[in-house]
Write a protein that binds this ligand. Sequence first.
Ligand SMILES: [Zn+2]
Ligand SMILES: [Zn+2]
Length: 169
Amino acid sequence: MVSWEDAIKFHGHECGGLTWGYKVAMFALEKLDFDRSSDEELVAIVENDSCAVDAIQVVTGCTFGKGNLIFLDHGKHVYTFFNRNTGRGIRISRKKGVHIQDIMSAKNEDIFEVREPKEGIPKKARIYRSIECSKCGEGTMETRIHILNGDFLCPSCYKENITNNANTI
Ligand SMILES: [Zn+2]
Ligand SMILES: [Zn+2]
């Protein structure tokens, strides 16, 4: 079990967003009967990139690097979790009229709106091979490579190329 103090240490400061994320994460683990110490198969879909997501990562073990934290840039305080072992999922949002300063001491049923997930369980993260960019030479995941006039370009070199060409027209 990750303590509130551990979450603060990970995030760097104590704030309302972190509190919210911590409550959401603890609630999700409970609802999905998930034991972080033994199970590996939890997936989180977060619809914002606020402080709350740091608490989600440290409490649930769903991290950006492992590929079981999926970020959707929707600007919504909505969090969906799936337990791959049981196939169960939960979509958690904040009830209307809940104030962030009351969250830590509030009862779960007073602050959380719980729904069925809108989407199915996401596919597992895949490992792709790396291709060397023809311009900068940096290895780039094959699915991110652009092919331009027979060159393999990484996203930043591709963008640069497009911008330069646009300027000369
Ligand atoms: Zn914060
Ligand atoms: Zn490049």
